[in-house]
Design a protein around this ligand. Sequence first.
Ligand code: HEM
Length: 432
Amino acid sequence: MDSAAAAPSINPRRALIQLFSRLRTSNGQTNPLPIYTQLTAMGEVIPAPWGGNLVTSYQLCHSILRDKTWTVPDRAWRSRQSNNTRWRSPASLQMSQTLPLLNPPHHTRIRRTLGNPFDQSTLFALHRTVEKAVDHLLNDFTERLHDGAADFVTQVSEELPVITIGHWMNLPPADYALLRTLTHDQVHTQELFPTASDLALSDAATAQLRAYFREFIKERRTRPGDDPVSQWIRTWDAHEADRDAADAAVHSLALFMILAALETTSHLLANIIRLLLEHPSQMDAIRSQPELIPDAIEEVLRYDAPIHLISRVAAADTHLGEIPVPAGEMVHLLIGAAHHDPAQYTDPHVFDVRRRRGPRESGTTTATGPSTHLGFGAGIHYCLGNALARMEAATLLAGLLKRPLRLNITAPAQWAPRVAFRRMTSLHLAAP
Ligand code: HEM
């Protein structure tokens, strides 16, 4: 476990900078909880030295996500920021055309045209594919274990999401590796403190992704099918007289679905295995009661969600408690810390797969209801892929549990130096 940093009370501004510098390293990412505890102790709302405010409490994060006074930093907001800032970079401007960075009424219109892309029948159809992929990936992984430790991240958790979304969108499997790499590079623009070289990587990846999906849509127009991209083309052709505008809408959707689906789900899949192997009694509980699988997934999403920070912008002058916030100022919701807020969760640092079943069944925790985490956000931008991610996680866990495999972790998991988007880069496992 990481040790605590210098006492924040001496100089809050300096302490905050130090805490975020540590959080941003791979060591800080190995165990961010002590850093979050210190941040939470500094207050529910903390003025950020780099501008705006940080929010650490569950209740305030939740209400901001659901409150129309708070908007997302859209293209208009980005264009108002000074030149040469990260907000004006090509990757940032491209992102601002995607669903999570649109405000109403534009957001409402696009979300309506999408409907629920992962409704029951779509999920049912995809489940068979995911099951087959899980079987195949776990067979290969088990084979590799005969030669010693194998990396669960590269062999399984990074593979399943790209196979799943690739199958859904009918993308050529030969392109999966490229799309995965471009996604890793592109995400830097969505981070809190991207460096100049991170941003350069993100811009280059964005350019490649743009070109890829431009060609892909062109090809789908000549050979339409019953995949979602062909469906979006039909929908947008009906909505837009201008073919270029229709293509641009489809392009943003296709590109964002890939960005949204890969790293997040990979993190969830790897983290479920890591946390269960680190808590053997919880793994035993699921082995003896597989009906706890959905509960375990929700607890992983609370304990260590793939996204630890979400940003919003004040639409009008407002207040966060006593602190005045002018229109246009940004607030950073520290979801990772909010998920360990003692005012919301009893024993927040305890990883307890029975947590949402309540004290009678779990004996250790308080029932806080089935959807009391912000892992998929809340409000109008609530994640559209949540059901797919949950299904992939449940299928993988069920597939693993039905095998006579007893795994252990042979080396500490490695993490990318990030703040907002968690990324485990390796998790070496062995079957002694
Ligand atoms: C464990 C996996 C996932 C996690 C933790 C996750 C998390 C999130 C979060 C926190 C948001 C809200 C962002 C905000 O409010 O600013 C979001 C939005 C979104 N997610 Fe996910 N996501 C996951 C998987 C997926 C998948 C698999 C897809 C699609 C295939 C997807 C598609 C989307 C879309 C389209 C939005 C934007 C919704 C909107 O703005 O209306 N996500 N996701």
